[in-house]
Design a protein around this ligand. Structure first.
Ligand code: HEM
Ligand SMILES: *[C@@H]1O[C@H](CO)[C@@H](O)[C@H](O)[C@H]1NC(C)=O
Length: 324
């Protein structure tokens, strides 16, 4: 009798959590108990085939959350009557990892049909990508619902560009409720993954009409990048490590690089040009656990931006399209 009462109270409590419109750790506790294992396996299997996909999933989550909040909008495909975000400047021929999310979603649908949102899957996948790359772990509160629309214009204007001056980059973060510490910590995501030559080539040959490389770029790195990205248009899509010390390892080498003038993007190296952000960079370069701790804290904030909860939005059947 006592046992039964306890279970009823527990179930009432669970359904309250489901309906009250807040993210929580038990959202799929009874409706999809194996969710986290399924996502972890899916990210692991994809990384076994292509290590870079961890970086791609982390970036995909960031590009989702900065546009319309974390709502899975970045995952939506264009149709004849609907324009998604995939063709936005920062996304086109650049963001990747969609098939990984689609495959995990298919596995999750087999285990728990019409239960888990695509945006929760993407948020969990980004966390697993970091953990499986050697980075910090953190708990992901769940219950985000998939949005019914996307915003191409906001994708073009709200996402930071590698050509943005530091103040502009910072304002794009404060616009979504993140602070300078979040900017510096989250930029540490560039400890994994690759960038195309066109995103930093202007630093190599004739920086601001000087006929010389960017003075804030280490000269031996500049010469090796000139070889990787020759001064011809067809090199624009060649790929380079964002962190050449440990390309696929989630560690604090990115910050050590910045201290050594060896950041790849001008927007990365710019974190050293302001005394406040530079002192945070130096702290992370010396204390890896400080970086890990702050990165986890900032990722939780990132994953909470503009979420849709309760009965709003929907649980998509397929991540590339809204339900009919
Ligand atoms: C601070 C402003 C940021 C700027 C200007 C920026 C810019 C870029 C650029 C230009 C690339 C290369 C894209 C390409 O060549 O196709 C890139 C890659 C990447 N970005 Fe950022 N980013 C920023 C912040 C972030 C944040 C906050 C995250 C995640 C938390 C992130 C995660 C990544 C990852 C992991 C990659 C590598 C992706 C891959 O290899 O597929 N970035 N970023
Ligand atoms: C393996 O990775 C390659 C390179 O990204 C990709 O084109 C291919 O679809 C992946 N294969 C599987 C089975 O995921």
């Amino acid at each position: 009798m006592h046992q039964k009462n306890t279970s009823i109270i527990f179930l009432v409590f669970l359904s309250f959590l489901l309906a009250n419109g807040q993210l929580n750790y038990y959202y799929y506790y009874s409706s999809c108990p194996n969710l986290q294992m399924i996502v972890k396996y899916g990210v692991w299997a994809a990384m076994k085939n292509d290590t870079r996909v961890a970086a791609s999933l982390l970036r995909l989550h960031f590009h989702d959350c900065f546009v319309n909040g974390c709502d899975g909008s970045v995952l939506l495909d264009d149709t004849e009557t609907f324009k998604g975000e995939k063709t936005a400047g920062p996304n086109i021929n650049s963001v990747r990892g969609f098939e990984v999310i689609d495959n995990i979603k298919a596995d999750v649908e087999r285990a728990c049909p019409s239960t888990v949102s695509c945006v929760d899957i993407l948020t969990l996948a980004a966390r697993e990508a970091v953990v499986l790359s050697g980075g910090p772990n953190w708990g992901v509160a769940l219950g985000r619902r998939d949005g019914l629309t996307a915003n191409l214009k906001a994708a073009n204007t709200n996402l930071p560009s590698p050509f943005d001056p530091l103040e502009k980059m910072i304002s794009k973060f404060t616009d979504v409720g993140l602070n300078l510490r979040d900017v510096v910590a989250l930029s540490g995501a560039h400890t994994i993954g690759l960038a195309q030559c066109f995103t930093f080539k202007h630093r190599l040959f004739d920086y601001k009409g000087t006929g010389k490389p960017d003075p804030n770029l280490d000269s031996s790195l500049a010469s090796s990048l000139k070889t990787a990205c020759p001064n011809v248009a067809k090199s624009n899509t060649n790929l380079n490590s964002l962190d050449m010390v440990s390309t696929y390892m989630f560690d604090n080498a990115y910050y050590k690089n910045l201290v050594n003038n060896a950041g790849l993007l001008e927007s990365d190296q710019a974190l050293m040009s302001d005394p406040q952000s530079a002192s945070i960079v130096k702290g992370y370069s010396m204390y890896p656990y400080l970086f890990f701790n702050d990165f986890a804290t900032s990722m939780i904030k990132l994953g909470n931006i503009g979420v849709i909860t309760g009965l709003n939005g929907e649980v998509r059947k397929k991540c590339g399209q809204i339900n009919h």
